[in-house]
Design a protein around this ligand. Sequence first.
Ligand code: CA
Length: 468
Amino acid sequence: MNPKSRVKDERCLPQLKQGMANMVIAGWARSKWMVTAAVCGLLASCANGPPTVPSPKPGVEQPPAPETGPIAYPSSGHLGMDAWRDDFSNRAMGAGHDRALVKSLLEGIHPLPLWLGAEIQAQTAPSAQAEFAKPIWDYLKVPMGETRISAGQAKLASLGPTLDSVEARYGVDKRVLLAIWGMETNFGGFIGNDDAANALANMAVEGRRRKFAEDELYALMTIVERGFARREDLGSGWAGAMGQTQFMPSTYIAHAEDFDGDGRKDVWKSEADALASAANYLARSGYVKGQPWGIEVRLPDNFDYSLSDGNERRMETWMAAGLTPIIGGPFETAGAEFAELWVPAGHLGPKYLLFKNFNVFKTYNRADSYAFAVGLSGDAIVGRRGPLTAWPVHLAPLTVLEIRDLQQALADRGFDVGAVDGIAGRRTKLAVQAFQKTQGLVADGYPTRQVLDLLKSPEPVAAVTGSN
Ligand code: CA
């Protein structure tokens, strides 16, 4: 139990005195912010009490000298974690963070199997790589499923006035806020069972993102020090993202909002705070209200798919190239002048012009599939279901191992695929596109079995172009 909430439960003067004494004994006097917060709490909870804090009586036993030096923690059960904690704890106090706060964040850390379990160390086994790379239509099943969309529609109905005021204040369309809220935590249904300090400590000890994790731990300290939230509020998912719209601590400091005006930025329990925080983040990332994130398009026959190269071009250029909205009529972009052409599942699947707002969604999560799900599900919540073009589900997806093979084969032929990692990202797509061009194929960049087979054949160029 956090001592501050105990103190806040005190109700009148005798308790106020006792509370102050306890506070000094607890060694809080070294921290101005904590003293201020605690005194404010005491006074607020004693509305009928005297306006000033009485001085301790002379002759009262002096509190013990403040604790100094390294904090002695009970073992976490993990030697590496214990060693990291001793070191980090000293650095945090050396950087001026309050001893009691540092202790409260670090004393309960323990190894999580997901981060530090033995099975994780063996997770490079081929079994993981033999999985099929999830096609985008599979990824969309949950966010676009009837359960999620109707839950979003129910929230739209029940939180109407709140959503309207958040939309008005921050200039972010409410369907987008609902979509992100749904993607992140199923509208607050699952905000994670971990403690942010513990999750981040595990990440730090695991090691690959130690600096990032430590910076986020410092941000947690700042959150409590500035009074934005209390130590016991800091629940998170397994990677340290907090609350209904899953803010990392540093994002929280930069963008969290107290929309309901209760004095705390409660992204965990206050729907208004969580939605306003997400809206504030999107607005500061450049969201433009009313503009589309994407428009599904129809392409002319014999279209040059090399234009789907990730580059933004003017709308005039796209219209001159023969693109039209698949729903018919003129393009309605609400002032957006530039778009990129995105062909997520090859020339047989849906094609989109993507606008600035799509990239704003990606500040939340860098995956195209994530941003796409936000855009599509937000539209679906307000009754506009897409895409209209069917997905090419007959194209058997490659396994992760096969995508690695494809990347390696492309790299061996001098194409730039970035990392050979089994993930068909944008650079892999561009490399596939370049290879398809050399083969006289439709250069849509989609990694099909046909492309892989061609790459794996001994002399693919001769096989395709050399015969007469
Ligand atoms: Ca609040």
